[in-house]
Design a protein around this ligand. Sequence first.
Ligand code: UDP
Length: 328
Amino acid sequence: MERVLITGVAGFLGSHLADKFLTEGFEVIGIDNFITGNPKNIAHLNPHPHFQFIEQDITNYINIEGDLHYILHFASPASPIDYLRIPIQTLKVGSLGTHNVLGLAKAKNARVLIASTSEVYGDPLVHPQTEEYYGNVNPIGPRGVYDEAKRFQEAMTMAYHNFHGLDTRIVRIFNTYGPRMRLNDGRVIPAFMGQILRGEDLTVFGDGSQTRSFCYVDDQVEGIFKLLFSDYHLPVNIGNPVEISILDFAKEIIALTNGDSKIIFKDLPVNDPMQRCPDITKAKKILNWEPKIDRKTGMKKTFAYFKSLKPEELYQVEYKNFDKYIKR
Ligand code: UDP
């Protein structure tokens, strides 16, 4: 059996990737420190005979016994409110954590896929964003801790590829959604879902004219899987190119859920990208991949998940494991 290591396995994407690789017949070793991941996301995997879990912060040395064939590096906070609350951890996992992951891949002669992000394009001046665009990032803004860590991560990965001949892949993930997103992570979909379910008004930031394009998690996982088994080592955008303004999206969610929430407007966060949409020409050509699940179908499945949460989860306080990993 081939063995795959997934960092950030208790996160939204990490846990879906673990499902996929177990289904495809791999042995999966998952690592997480639960700083933003949730034990509940992997509870169903713990009894699986081919799943093993290690609770660890990957900014410390990672020791894995035996062979490893693949590593998927998905450990990182991924939400704008996390960057404000845990900025140093965000920088450390993208830099020191990535260095450990690459060192482990080299030691085990494993292929490694690194989760990068559309945030490397910052507040883009080119639209839609192609992989060749260098980006427009403010290094000292509130998102700088994430954006720059991910840019460093890409540079480090390419250095290991070019200097050590490491077998690497880089996926640039655009906004992705689905079951197991953290309800209170502040991102727009869980925020709107929580607000609908608690009977609150939907908070649109700015005038809502900023755009995003939302990819359903199953499509994202399929794209990542195909990229890992391609022979392409330069970055590839994976996302859904159907773009919508946040205001229209808020209206769409109210209609879709038959909610009676109103829309209220709040200040636009600093350096909030005004337009984001992936150019997926490369993924189509190289991976023969494109998203299949439209927003209405994906949002229905996502709403069903949030609806299934218990009332105490719907009102839960964030960061239960926070103190354990913060050294002040
Ligand atoms: N947003 C919003 N209301 C919310 C949360 C987010 O209008 O309650 C907006 C946010 O300003 C951004 C977009 O929705 O323009 C997507 O934000 P998110 O935090 O999901 O991720 P981002 O794509 O900015 O990294």
